[in-house]
Design a protein around this ligand. Structure first.
Ligand SMILES: Nc1ncnc2c1ncn2[C@@H]1O[C@H](COP(=O)(O)OP(=O)(O)OP(=O)(O)O)[C@@H](O)[C@H]1O
Length: 235
């Protein structure tokens, strides 16, 4: 479904991604793990078109998307939930979600309402707070809103970057439960998450990134692969 081949990305003279190749199949949840600063967010941003690769290729759903702009990537069905959440200030929870709904052009009023109801069922906390300003939500709730807004655009693949960073344990549990729900529903996800022990249980496969390269990959259910990953990350 998504395939990156030998992707190199630079920030100026800094050669951050040094030949990343990875695949995500239909319905697959794939983890990108690694220490701080190794390039995980840059992989996500490169897929989303926020950063242009200097070489290599990317295919999504049978289309060559190498170097595509963020809006094209988004239109092709890749939804990004960024690390900093980007909740629109001055808009309520529902207004934030309605902006997400606009991602799908020509959706009928009834279909939009249906989608919103579906989102509120998945995220009951957002339903309770639908009239509250988005930026007044707790960090964890803002993370839910960021996810829900992307889901309103009916993405074919989700990129989720560090969703639980800095959040209280209880809300972290809720977020993992929500992501498990998305996984059960067959929504493919690329997940960057520092909490590897929890995240590994959610993913089917993983890539370990070190210094801008994939240095290990494996099946999450394979005990030896898991042990190898946790050992390499010393967790
Ligand atoms: N806009 C930028 N300009 C220059 N260098 C950058 C930029 N963004 C990131 N970097 C550098 O690129 C490297 C990879 O950063 P990236 O954020 O992709 O890593 P990461 O693995 O996601 O780390 P973290 O877990 O800390 O977010 C780091 O050395 C970082 O300092």
């Amino acid at each position: 479904m998504l395939e990156l081949q030998d992707v190199h990305t630079h920030y100026g003279l800094s050669h951050v991604l040094q030949g990343i190749s990875l695949k995500v199949g239909p319905g697959e949840v794939v983890g990108l793990f690694g220490r701080n600063g190794v390039g995980k967010t840059t992989v996500i941003k490169t897929i989303a078109g926020w950063v242009r690769p200097s070489s290599g290729s990317m295919r999504f759903d049978g289309t060559d998307m190498t170097g595509a702009a963020p809006e094209q990537v988004c239109r092709h069905g890749i939804g990004l939930v960024p690390e900093d959440r980007r909740i629109f200030p001055g808009l309520t929870v529902e207004e934030n979600l309605k902006l997400g709904l606009l991602q799908v052009p020509r959706r009928s009023r009834a279909a939009s309402r249906g989608k919103l109801d579906e989102i509120y069922q998945r995220f009951p906390r957002l339903a309770e707070r639908r009239r509250q300003m988005g930026t007044t939500l707790s960090g964890g709730e803002q993370q839910m809103l960021a996810m829900a807004r992307v889901l309103a655009g009916a993405p074919k693949l989700l990129l989720i970057d560090e969703p639980t960073e800095g959040l209280a344990p209880m809300i972290v549990d809720e977020l993992f439960e929500l992501m498990a729900g998305l996984a059960r529903d067959g929504i493919p996800i690329v997940l960057v998450e520092q909490n590897v022990q929890r995240a590994i249980a959610l993913t089917q496969r993983y890539y370990l990134i070190e210094r801008g390269q994939v240095t290990a990959q494996g099946e999450s259910a394979n005990a030896a692969h898991r042990a190898d990953l946790l050992e390499k990350l010393s967790v």
